[in-house]
Design a protein around this ligand. Structure first.
Ligand code: G6P
Length: 608
């Protein structure tokens, strides 16, 4: 939610900002704006709607000349999407322009005080408070004003600030909202994430909370709140530019689904050495693992669905009790956690507000935090005791695919790693499991090769009003994800149900022609799910069965059958999810939906 780009250099800033913002569109937004410094003045252009509106309004940035500026895409929280509420916000005298990602929790009291002092507010946003606060505290030293502002505001923020008294620099800061610094040749940047600046540089600084960065054309300095300079480590991002481009695909979602074999390989291969799982990234010792009392898995959205798979897998393989909770519930349920509990936090972006808050709640209870994160240096990664990165590369489509798959792979690696340390696997079982994990990328590639079969099925069902996904245990966990994918991008109502639970109410919704997608991939529960398929068939449902190659009798009960390759029982979700992702995609495509940017959704949900 909300995207920020800032630029200072020798080139015209506005086109660079507009291009950078276009790379952040995936984060979700409903208005956009830029502020450019030129000849002692700050000029602002902003517009409700898609970036193309702003692009047109500024003739691709040409109407706002200048070589330093800040830009923003806004996802409305305080006040409707409108030109007035769009960022940047400007202080009373026009001396300061501010872009902000996050939420200022005490903005009402600050606004009241500023109004008493004669400041007038044009927008309904919390951010305008910051612009006026700068003006209020500014006595000729921008750094001093920045520190005072930070001390006054509560909440989360990534801020980019232009001041017309400083023609050769702008400043920025972050706390619990993402912002990285890009280091170029005679040009420097800030951005909400790397994709916005990848075209210009791969050299970056990650910022800690409340580190203040001063950007000039020929250098960047970072300071702490005591105004002491902080020596930052430079990181080189190894994503190439094409990673954030569509590369000939119609949608990022299709490109990202196709990238799954590579993403899985990149995540799995470096962690298997000489037939053993090696998790160099974590400090959890065998002793620590033996002492784990209980595991919580906490996440949102699809990452939560990975957690549901994780519960079945870890409990089965390690015999440690696992509780999975959505982060927005966990953070307020006064969880019973002790210091011998391990909390696994899963997040692609590493910045989901509820997940971060849940992590902090768990930490306050003394639990150890192991996170599975895709974005290096993100808030969740920084706040964890241990991090295992998914090497999925940038994921742009709002509906996650390759991040989900790589999170699942990490869950498998952790489960087998712990099971081995706990002596729960014979060496033969361990070796077999590892070789099956290593085979996953090729098997996913095999499924993707036959994507036209799913495209055909989607063309038959895209007019449905309601679709049910059913399965048991791991198949149920995958059903949750399949159903979410479908509703996120195609806007078709869909529910995932534990197959055995359907008859306790929901089966009353099944009528002639209702599509039921039945997952029956595992051996043990195959017959049970087939019985449930018969129940819905008897009530008029059309059934699409998803099963493995060896299960021939699915054809006897289902109207359509999708086959996936065989693998270890525990690993089946990595394969069965792929046809469901494809199905959601093709249904949405048939309906002409905006697949990469579905309505009302944001990829990074940085508000509660
Ligand atoms: C949003 C996205 C989902 C994602 C969820 C959690 O709702 O649309 O695709 O699963 O956030 O995001 P995270 O970055 O924490 O994995």
């Amino acid at each position: 939610m909300c995207g920020i780009v800032g630029y200072i250099g020798e080139n015209q800033a506005a086109p660079i900002l507009l291009d950078g913002l276009s790379k952040l569109e995936y984060r979700g937004y409903d208005s956009a704006g830029i502020a450019i410094f030129n000849s002692g003045k700050i000029n602002v252009a902003k517009a409700k709607g898609r970036l193309s509106v702003l692009d047109e309004k500024t003739s691709g940035g040409k109407s706002v000349p200048g070589t330093m500026g800040i830009g923003h895409t806004r996802w409305a929280t305080h006040g409707e999407p409108s030109d007035e509420n769009a960022h940047p916000h400007v202080s009373k005298s026009g001396r300061f322009a501010v872009v902000h990602n996050g939420i200022i929790e005490n903005y009402i009291s600050l606004k009241k005080r500023l109004e008493e002092k004669g400041f007038e507010f044009i927008s309904e946003t919390d951010t305008e408070v910051i612009a006026h606060l700068f003006e209020y505290y500014y006595k000729g030293d921008i750094m001093e004003a920045m520190i005072k502002v930070i001390n006054r505001v509560e909440g989360s923020y990534a801020l980019g600030v232009l001041c017309s008294d400083y023609p050769d620099q702008f400043i920025a800061v972050r706390k619990a909202s993402p912002m990285i610094v890009g280091l170029g040749e005679n040009e420097n940047f800030v951005a909400s994430d790397v994709t916005a600046i990848l075209k210009h540089t791969r050299e970056i600084y990650y910022l800690e909370d409340n580190e203040i960065v001063v950007l000039k054309k020929d250098g960047v300095k970072v300071y702490n709140m005591d105004r002491e300079e902080v020596q930052k480590e430079r990181f080189t991002v190894d994503w190439d530019v094409s990673a954030a481009e569509k590369g000939g695909y119609e949608h990022f979602m299709m490109k990202e689904m196709e990238e799954q074999p590579k993403a899985l390989r990149d995540t799995i291969s470096p962690r298997i050495k000489d037939g053993k799982i090696v998790l160099d990234d974590i400090t959890l010792t065998t002793e620590d693992i033996k002492n784990i009392n209980k595991i919580y898995i906490v996440a949102c959205g699809s990452a939560y669905h990975v957690g549901v798979v994780g519960k079945y897998v870890i409990e089965k393989m390690c015999r440690i009790p696992v509780e999975v909770q959505v982060a927005s519930e966990f953070r307020y349920c006064d969880p019973i956690i002790s210091k011998n509990d391990l909390v696994i936090v899963i997040s692609q972006s590493g910045e989901t507000a509820d997940t971060l808050a849940a992590l902090k709640e768990a930490k306050n209870h003394g639990a150890r935090i192991l996170s599975i994160v895709n974005v290096v240096g993100s808030a969740i990664a920084n706040a964890s005791d241990d991090v295992i990165y998914t090497w999925a590369g940038p994921e742009i489509a709002v509906a996650t695919t390759k991040a989900y798959s790589t999170q699942l792979a990490v869950i498998y690696l952790i489960s087998a790693y712990m099971a081995e340390k706990l002596g729960m696997l014979t060496s033969g079982e361990y070796a077999k499991f590892i070789s099956e994990i290593e085979a996953l990328p090729d098997k996913v590639a095999e499924i993707l090769k036959h994507k036209e079969d799913i495209q055909y099925l989607a063309s038959k069902f895209y007019n449905c009003h309601s679709i049910f996904f059913i399965g048991r245990n791991l198949d149920y966990a995958v059903s949750l994800e399949g159903s979410l994918k479908l509703k996120e991008i195609s806007y078709i109502h869909s529910e995932a149900y534990a197959a055995g639970e359907l008859k306790h109410g929901t089966i009353s919704l099944i009528e002639d022609g209702t599509l039921v997608i039945a997952l029956a991939t595992g051996q043990e529960l195959f017959d049970k799910t087939v019985s449930n398929v018969k129940e819905v068939k008897a009530r008029g449902a059309v059934v699409m069965g998803v099963t493995t190659e060896s299960h021939e009798n699915m054809e006897d009960v289902a109207d359509h059958v999708v086959k996936i390759p065989e693998t270890h029982e525990m690993l089946l979700p990595s394969l069965s999810v792929v046809p469901l992702q494809l199905f959601g995609y093709y249904v949405a495509s048939n309906k002409g939906c905006d697949i990469d940017k579905p309505r009302n959704l944001a990829k990074s949900v940085t508000v509660e």
